[in-house]
Design a protein around this ligand. Structure first.
Ligand code: TRP
Ligand code: SF4
Length: 335
């Protein structure tokens, strides 16, 4: 039986952090064997908010691909591509934009949030650019370009995928066909990795650890992590359950034995927070070492990375052309 198709994407905002790795990438890596996967570096989506800050676009695109490759996404198994190198998606976007009622995009809650975050000075929706307004329609075009069955996303993107279903259905109804599959969101149980300050991990909060950080920086950052606030002196007994960052990281990076050892040491005050963090940093660095080594190797061969981006995009275009042609037929355009 043919494999089901999966499509997902990420905006190129810079080097990826451990939240991306444990929240998204690990999941994608695990889907590669069971599904026909299309993963997009969504550079047009980045332009919806950063249209006037493009000087680091090329670097950002390469950095995302570097992080993907060192995390285990495999261009032999999956199609890893750059959105803007698959112009069929833009063409499909045009057709979809015709049938999408304006109030469907206006209602999109994620878009409202995005607009708020993007520019606090912009007070009302009418100030949004036309392109940003079309964000969820463009995302729908990404998904429908491959007629994907499933879209692995975080909870924050589910509303967008729901809209994609509505648009696929509206297309089918409008042209009296069953051309597009209604894509389903595929939610993952994400072990939520908080930032070192206890807030959501994000580069703009300066509380993240990057896949590409070196060992020294990793240790330095981990030392800033919040701990059990009631444990002030080294001989105060601690409670790991109140240590929402460092102990949570231990649960991800440590073995069962190590976690219970830390737990006991903390409760009995036989281990101090500094020592605990130092050991955690060593553990994190050990875990990330193979990825980081691979990343450095690839950084020294950017030509190869660029080739992978080009090849993946060409591969994506094969399916994209086929789907677009069919859609154009269904709409009954002159050929
Ligand atoms: N909007 C998604 C995000 O910000 C990224 C994205 C672009 C995407 N195109 C997509 C996700 C298609 C899933 C499917 O995270
Ligand atoms: Fe947290 Fe470790 Fe300090 Fe205990 S010893 S409070 S687990 S950092």
């Amino acid at each position: 039986m043919a494999k089901q198709r999966i499509m997902s994407g990420m905006r190129p905002t810079g080097k990826l952090h451990l939240g991306h790795y444990f929240g998204v990438l690990q999941n994608w890596v695990n889907l590669q064997d069971e599904y026909e996967c299309y993963f997009s570096i969504a550079d047009w989506h980045a332009l919806t908010t950063k249209y006037n800050q493009t000087s680091d676009m090329v670097d950002n695109v390469r950095n995302v691909m570097l992080d993907w490759l060192c995390a285990g996404l495999d261009p032999e198994k999956s199609t890893l591509y750059l959105q803007s190198l698959v112009p069929e998606t833009a063409q499909l976007h045009i057709y979809l934009s015709m049938i999408t009622p304006q109030n469907w995009v206006e209602r999109d809650p994620t878009l409202k949030d995005l607009a708020k975050i993007m520019d606090a000075k912009r007070e009302n929706m009418s100030n949004l650019s036309y392109g940003l307004f079309g964000y969820p329609v463009l995302m729908t075009a990404d998904i429908l370009t491959f007629n994907a069955h499933l879209v692995p996303v975080g909870i924050d993107q589910v509303a967008h995928v729901e809209l994609s279903r509505d648009i696929a259905r509206k297309f089918n109804n409008t042209y009296n066909c069953e051309y597009f599959i209604e894509p389903q969101p595929k939610l993952t149980k994400i072990p939520l990795l908080k930032g070192l300050d206890g807030n959501k991990m994000g580069k703009s909060f300066n509380n993240d650890i990057k896949i590409s950080d070196n060992e020294e920086i990793t240790e330095k950052k981990i030392k800033t992590g919040i701990t059990d606030r009631n444990r002030i002196k080294k001989d105060d007994k601690g409670n790991p359950l109140n240590c929402e960052v460092i102990f949570d990281y231990w649960k991800i990076f440590g073995s069962e034995n190590e976690v219970s050892e830390i737990c006991e040491g903390c409760k009995s005050a036989s281990i101090g927070c500094m020592e605990c963090k130092k050991r955690l940093a060593a553990k994190v660095n050990e875990t990330l070492k193979p990825m980081r080594d691979k990343r450095i190797e690839l950084e020294n061969n950017i030509k190869l990375v660029d080739d992978i981006i080009h090849e993946g995009s060409k591969k994506a275009q094969i399916k994209a052309c086929e789907v677009l042609e069919g859609a154009i037929d269904v709409v009954k355009m002159f050929k």
